[in-house]
Design a protein around this ligand. Structure first.
Ligand code: TYD
Ligand code: MG
Length: 468
């Protein structure tokens, strides 16, 4: 009988079985068996008496015939560092998010909600090829659909190769044949390895297909982008392990009802994580937004309570964004706390600090928080601005509209230092603000840009007195 090429492995305890079962025969856990391809290359060497024979101690490495493939352990001194080079994608915003262009031989996952514009973003790569070739593998759309989109977007028709295929073996064959500079697989959930019985999109298929694509990426080498859909729960469909396998994970996000899209590096082996690029979805593709702060502030309402401008550092770039808070009498028994673009647990914490340290009462009020432009603020340096926006709405007193706010809040109501204050203040000045509220601890040795008034605060109470 032919040996089975796949096996089912418990993801908890590693127990193997040749058939799928609901319960693991090893640890008795339920639904943990996942199909895997049986590896064919690894063979354990036979060692007598539990020891590797050799001249141990004399300095040269022990040899074990047949145990290795071509690769061997090397002394650190002998490891040569190949000059890896980066490929500019022709999209400045995209290059910046990647850390200065796409690294040759790297695998990048581009994840996002269906319909957010992932295929469009990847097709954009075809505009700035500059003589390089791109292989676009599509498992979701027909060749005609992709052609229509690419034509509308003005993609170079000679360097852009289209391949409607979902079988990984065929994709690999095409990649080795064409040796493209850039490869896009749209999407990883549609491709499959024919030697696995699991359906495309399953944990096993996504993992094994990615492993095969990773291999061709490093071998050729080429620069590969995998598109991955995000499930309703917000995780990338397929296994979490996908995120560990790839070099870079980019999230493409934004409100589908708005034109703005944000590309964020959540993991990057070759650059800063959390780097952020902003695009606008147009009729003819995605337009880069060079000055996102100006864009996010363009719809500001002046003179309304509950609005504050904060300066967040996303990756390496400071970004000014308006946060809006609405504190209103609760209509139901339990007051609501809803945050869009901000962690709602963090909001609750800030409300608790405002209650305990400043005596503001929210127990009878709903609190809504919204970050303009569809940005997600994850940096604690926006705490003070969020707290002041909430306080402003509760008191119904508008904050000074020509002041921007930076500062992290501690549980004791103290305003803590933020990183890279110079870059933040420069951005604040650049966008025409007259004043900046900042942590007192950041003042040491700080000059600040000319013409920008600095308002240093030590505690939340001082900040509230100053602006609200
Ligand atoms: P798409 O890239 O297909 O999304 P995804 O691959 O993430 O599922 O784009 C989805 C939407 O974008 C679609 O509703 C049409 C719109 N769109 C534009 O507004 N302008 C364009 O140039 C393109 C190509 C698409
Ligand atoms: Mg798509």
């Amino acid at each position: 009988m032919a040996k089975s090429k796949t096996r089912y492995v418990c993801q908890d305890c590693g127990h193997e079985s040749i058939r799928w079962a609901g319960q693991c025969g090893g640890c008795r856990a339920w639904n943990t068996l996942v199909e895997e391809a049986v590896p064919t290359t690894v063979k354990a060497p036979v060692m007598k008496g539990g020891r590797v024979s050799g001249d141990g101690g004399s300095g040269s490495a022990p040899r074990l015939a047949g145990a290795y493939g071509d690769a061997r352990p090397q002394r650190l001194r002998d490891v040569t560092v190949a000059q890896r080079h980066r490929l500019p994608t022709g999209l400045a915003e995209f290059d910046r998010v990647l850390g200065g262009g796409a690294m040759v031989g790297s695998l990048t996952l581009v994840a996002g909600d269906p319909g957010i514009g992932k295929s469009t973003l990847m097709t954009e790569l075809g505009r700035g090829l500059d003589g390089n070739t791109l292989l676009y593998v599509t498992g979701e759309e027909s060749a005609q659909q992709v052609k229509l989109r690419a034509k509308r977007m003005g993609v170079d028709p000679d360097s852009f190769f289209l391949f409607p295929e979902t079988n990984v073996e065929a994709i690999l064959a095409a990649a080795y044949d064409l040796q493209p500079d850039v490869m896009v697989v749209d999407s990883i959930q549609t491709v499959y390895r024919p030697d696995l019985t699991s359906a495309p999109g399953s944990v096993a298929q996504v993992r094994e297909s990615t492993a095969a694509l990773l291999d061709v990426t490093k071998t050729l080498p080429t620069t590969t982008f995998l598109i991955g859909h995000v499930t309703k729960a917000g995780s990338i469909a397929g296994p979490r392990v996908l995120e560990h396998m790839v070099d870079t994970v980019l999230h493409f996000e934004g409100d589908r009802h708005h034109a703005y899209r944000i590309l964020r590096a959540v993991k990057n082996r070759f650059g800063a994580a959390n780097e952020l690029g902003v695009f606008e979805m147009r009729e003819d593709g995605l337009e880069e937004v060079g000055n996102p702060s100006a864009l996010f502030l363009s719809e500001r309402q002046f003179g309304t309570s509950g609005a504050a401008v904060v300066c967040a550092l996303e990756g390496t770039r400071p970004l000014l964004v308006e946060v809006q808070a609405l504190v209103a009498p609760a209509s139901y028994g339990t007051p609501q706390r809803t945050a869009t673009g901000f962690d709602s647990k963090r909001l609750q914490l800030l409300l608790a600090v405002l209650e305990k340290r400043e005596g503001l009462r929210f127990s009878q009020n709903d609190v809504f928080l919204n970050v303009a432009g569809g940005v997600r603020l994850e940096e604690p340096a926006v705490d003070l601005g969020v707290a002041l926006a909430v306080a402003s709405s509760l008191k119904d007193v508008p904050l000074d509209s020509s002041t921007a706010i930076v500062g992290e809040l501690g549980l004791g109501g103290e305003v803590r230092a933020v990183s890279r204050i110079d870059a933040r203040l420069a951005e604040i000045k650049q966008l025409g603000f007259e004043r900046a509220l900042l942590p007192k601890v950041n003042m040491k040795g700080l000059k600040g840009p000319k013409g920008l008034e600095l308002l240093p605060v030590r505690r939340l109470a001082e900040a509230i007195d100053l602006v609200a």
